[in-house]
Design a protein around this ligand. Sequence first.
Ligand SMILES: *[C@@H]1O[C@H](CO)[C@@H](O)[C@H](O)[C@H]1NC(C)=O
Length: 404
Amino acid sequence: MLSHTFSSMATPKKIHLVFCLLLCSTFLSFFHCALSLLDPGDEVGILVQADNVNMVQSNRDSRMRCDFSVGKWVYDDSYPLYDSNCPYLSSAVTCQKNGRPDSDYEKWRWKPSDCTMPRFDALRFLGRMRRKRIMLVGDSIMRNQWESLVCLVQGVIPTGRKRVTYNGPAMAFHAMDFETSIEFFWAPLLVELKKGSENKRILHLDLIEENARYWRGVNILVFDSAHWWTHSDQTSSWDYYMEGNNLIRNMNAMVAYQKGLNTWARWVDQNLDPRRTQVIFRSMPSRHNRENGWKCYNQKQPLPFFSHLHVPEPLAVLQGVLKRMRFPVYLQNITTMTGLRKDGHPSVYRRVINQDERQKPGKGLSPDCSHWCLPGVPDIWNEMLKQVSSVILKQIEKGSKEDE
Ligand SMILES: *[C@@H]1O[C@H](CO)[C@@H](O)[C@H](O)[C@H]1NC(C)=O
């Protein structure tokens, strides 16, 4: 085929030369690829294509060939990686301290099918993140993840060399000797939610700058936003939607979600440079409370598998929006893996349980089946986050060397 196409336009000698060049470059790029796989760093096991990577982390062209979302939970006695005395935890997630009697839920790690996910190594992580800002943006489950990440690293930092600062909707944990900050920014809907006339709460589907101005200059941005969009009328945190000058009373929740995400996507596309910033969007974890009330109470084991796989609507909407973006955003898909972890929620151990309540567990206490006990499931999201972001970081560094 090839020689046939060539024969009309080139002499056999030239063909020979072209072939040789092709072969050589294939060999060289293979060699290059093999070398990057042999790198003694901690990403062994992840295949990263090394073909002139300028742009990064796109799911679309699957440079990140290991799909972390496919795998299984394996029991590992060497977990957890810290304990519930970590001073940065909110009391609503310190399940052991609050009296939860079982602790196996702390001991499961995630084993992706096609690669390894090494244990979180705090010093290594901080070394990689030297002079970098990491910001987790989103709702209370993102806050949950932030507390996990801070607890994963804080143990290796001496007292006095770490502190937390607050600035409006943002808070930051500083590892001073590394000049690293791990920040949380409260923006459960990403777009702007403001008070209008007569104290009406208005969700501006096309405005984001008031939040987004805090995101500039951050090296690694991790987003989540889904649960708040699905709150039903009574629990929703706005009275009206607004688009341009139009005040809208009712809108399909998923249509509104898509509009909000599009505003976010436009901002990212227009304001961030993929050679300087990594953007990761973490999908929504499964909740176990909505339709089935008590489903997380007294659960002690992960489910081994799903009898039928259900992709929640917000995830499909999110995927559609990310696909249409110019900026290569990595979709960290944890929906299915967390769906198996009914055992990981605080349930009634969202606060200290007294003796009487212990005798009649569950009576008069509303269980929390949305957030996660710590240590616990979000630690695994952060192990995954660390893997994903070091791969992207390497590609960025490589890309910027090629630019020089
Ligand atoms: C998320 O992961 C699950 C499990 O691997 C998969 O079934 C689902 O299609 C994924 N969803 C997206 C949007 O990638």
